[in-house]
Design a protein around this ligand. Structure first.
Ligand code: ADP
Length: 244
């Protein structure tokens, strides 16, 4: 569904990605972890065609990203944006705006658009908040609204950048069970940038450890066993919160 092959990217003289290669298969949950500044956000932006790599190839659904046009197949939830409490849009309006890629800017939303938005809110469990102003919601709820917005276009691949920063622990657990449901029941393939090593080592099917170059790419168990995590974070121990 997504593939990077020997991808490099530099901001001026500063190299942010160095010869990164990885593949995401249908049904995967790929966790991308790495220290601050290790290139995680850059990797997502390169995958989305927002940044053009200086070397290598990026493909989405088998097509070079520069030629890729089926953007309704890909959802992106950027790092948390805090909405001002006075921001005038209702939750349902934010969610249906996720359909504008399909509808075309300026075209009125159809019954199918409204139905897709309704269903996205239902999947996310926010139907009861549909008429509330987004700025009045908690940051965890706002984050869910942004995911519903991404889901409204019916993506097969969803990219999430640090989705739980600033979200309290209980809301995080709800959020992770939502991601599991999206993957298992709705069949959405996920790429998740995260600082939460506890989650990624338990829940993802593949792990990419990034430090400008790819330090490790494989199963989470192998990452722990091989010492890749300890090496990357230069530590022998970290706290893992288990759900059980
Ligand atoms: P991460 O998401 O892992 O924290 P980023 O991809 O944001 O890392 O950044 C990787 C490196 O690129 C960092 O050293 C950062 O300072 C640099 N960088 C990111 N965005 C820009 C930019 N717009 N201009 C210049 N340097 C940038």
């Amino acid at each position: 569904m997504a593939e990077l092959e020997h991808v490099c990217f530099s901001y001026g003289a500063e190299r942010a990605l160095d010869e990164v290669s990885l593949r995401v298969e249908r049904g995967d949950i790929l966790g991308v972890i790495g220290p601050n500044g290790s290139g995680k956000t850059t990797l997502l932006r390169v995958l989305l065609g927002l940044l053009r790599p200086s070397c290598g190839h990026v493909r989405l659904f088998g097509t070079e990203v520069a030629a890729f046009r089926q953007w309704q197949r890909v959802g992106y939830v950027p790092q948390k944006a805090a909405f001002d409490a006075r921001f005038p849009a209702a939750v349902s309006e934010v969610v249906i705006s996720g359909r504008s890629g399909r509808a075309g800017v300026g075209r009125r939303f159809s019954a199918a658009d409204r139905e897709a938005a309704r269903r996205a809110l239902e999947v996310i469990g926010l139907t009861s908040l549909r008429d509330r102003r987004i700025g009045e919601l908690s940051s965890g709820q706002q984050q869910r609204v942004l995911i519903a917005r991404a889901l409204a276009s019916g993506p097969e691949l969803l990219l999430l950048d640090e989705p739980t920063v600033g979200v309290d622990v209980d809301a995080q657990e709800d959020f992770y069970s939502l991601l599991r449901r999206l993957n298992h029941e709705e069949g959405v393939t996920l790429i998740l940038v995260s600082h939460d090593i506890g989650f990624v080592t338990q829940e993802v099917s593949r792990l990419a450890c990034l430090n400008r170059s790819l330090v490790f790419h494989g199963s989470p168990e192998e990452a722990v066993r091989s010492g890749a995590l300890a090496e990357m974070y230069r530590t022998d121990s970290w706290v893992v919160a288990h759900r059980h």
